[in-house]
Write a protein that binds this ligand. Structure first.
Ligand code: SF4
Length: 221
């Protein structure tokens, strides 16, 4: 589970630093206050990451419950995602194998009954640094429109459905996915190709990736 670090002293905590340990990078991330003025609560970046992770899951941003508990995907959407991936909770939360880094690391607040978008400062600030510090990532799952917009840019389709349907265009490094919320059941029904084509491929890929990780080379530290 992610742990909050004690504050570290730095006037430019988001600045990339050569030769920095992964622990120090995580400490800088967890001490970030870059967009604090725009957040409803004091910043609490929620992520699971380690330099040995093989799979990276990029979602939207923590919701209020995740902000309070510090545990990402600990809800029915997370249960559905684990089913899609064919992994247990134990494996899912093993950050030495699976990194979970949302597009926005802190809860952005809610308006008109829905969560606000991830803060736009966050992904450009932290994703390149975290991604560079996780050299063993072989597969990145982009869950939802914000993750797809950040990572795919103009390569994504006109709609989320178009992007997910074009999953072969992004293989083998990236798989775009819809949000696994139970509220998306209708989307699943309207798009049966997702369950027939994408999910079997995803399960196979994740299974072989994590199995290979057990026997992989010594991790970069
Ligand atoms: S959302 Fe991102 S940029 Fe903003 S305070 Fe949290 S970690 Fe920093």
């Amino acid at each position: 589970m992610p742990k909050r670090s004690s504050a570290i002293s730095s006037s430019t905590p988001a600045e990339s630093r050569a030769g920095e340990s992964f622990a120090d990078l995580l400490a800088r991330v967890r001490a970030c206050t870059v967009c604090a003025a725009h957040l409803p609560y004091p910043p609490r970046p929620i992520l699971c990451a380690s330099p040995t992770a093989r799979l990276l899951i990029v979602g939207q941003a923590p919701g209020r419950r995740v902000h309070e508990t510090g545990i990402p995907w600990n809800d029915p959407s997370g249960d559905q995602l684990r089913l899609w991936l064919g992994v247990t909770r134990e494996i899912f939360y093993d950050e030495t194998r699976i990194a979970i880094v949302p597009t926005g690391l802190c809860y952005p607040g809610t308006a008109k009954g829905g969560d606000l978008p991830p803060r736009p400062e966050c992904a450009p600030l932290w994703h390149p640094q975290l991604r560079a510090a996780m050299p063993r990532i072989e597969l990145t799952l982009l869950i939802g429109a914000y993750a797809q917009a950040y990572y795919l840019g103009d390569r994504r389709g006109r709609t989320l459905t178009d992007t997910v349907r074009a999953w072969r265009d992004f293989a083998p490094d990236v798989v775009p996915l819809p949000h696994p919320s139970p509220r998306n059941r209708m989307w699943m029904k309207r798009n049966p190709w997702f369950g027939a084509e994408v999910l079997p491929m995803l399960r196979d890929r994740v299974g072989s990736l994590l199995a290979a990780g057990d026997n992989g080379a010594a991790p970069h530290q």
